[in-house]
Design a protein around this ligand. Sequence first.
Ligand SMILES: [Cu+2]
Length: 309
Amino acid sequence: MNALPVLDPQSPQARAIFHLAIVAGIIFAVIFAIVSGMVVYALMRCRWREGEGDPKQIAGNKTVELVWTAIPFLIVVTLFVLTWKTMGAADPPPAPEPDIVITGHQWWWEARYSKSGVVTANEIHIPAGTPLSIRLEAADVLHEFWVPELSRKMTTVPGQPNNIWIQSDHPATYLGVCSEFCGTQHAWMHFLVVAEAPAQFQAWEQAQLAPAKMPAGGNAAQGLALFQQTSCINCHAIKGTVATAGVGPDLTHFASRKKLGAGIADNTPENLQRWLADPQQVKRGVKMPDYKFTESQVTQLSAYLETLQ
Ligand SMILES: [Cu+2]
């Protein structure tokens, strides 16, 4: 990951925008240099001197007026054509069926893969080298989906899906953010885009499709029982259990993800236990209640959730 990812485009879409910015920037720099140069020249050359009267007054000059109308007009036309072409390259019409539907929630991202049916959160895997049509939706308020290396920003609007294309030239992991203020934890609405070689992506997709394994016994089995008896199931889904809700992230393969709470912490057993003991202590304002579990209940739940590879 680059410190200035917008300057390091990794997809045809992002590259088109980057090239337009470079060309436009050069045009602006030349205009700035000419205008400021002329101002400085006029200041030096034409300033009033002791003993001089007013200079000769000129009422109008057709040639000058034609030239200073034509040049800006040509510049604007050039920028228009370049922008038009860039929009075609960076933002082609969406596919009739999106490859992935991504929904912004306060404060995490849900990803549904249309063809395979995979549902996951905050870690979006894609096959490298393939353009993907993404439909963006919002569950509550405005959010904005942005992976600086891969595409332009796009707002997610409740009730009004937007579309975007993303592609990664090669396997790599990118950081994405929400770039539209959406409440207290807006700053912790990160996600990862993991671009993989197609075979690896397919293996990931197959693994994600599998239902959760049933724990054989011990803490994990008690954790599953606790999970199913508690209101966790009103908000979360774990395929293969009674939990099918979609208010919070799908947890079927929770343990396979690198981050917890949309990037606020690494997904380690310690951080998971802190989260279960009181999510508000980890991510203040988060839309998940504090259950005031005992230590042994936290151990059981985390033992179970850690089996969800
Ligand atoms: Cu936000």
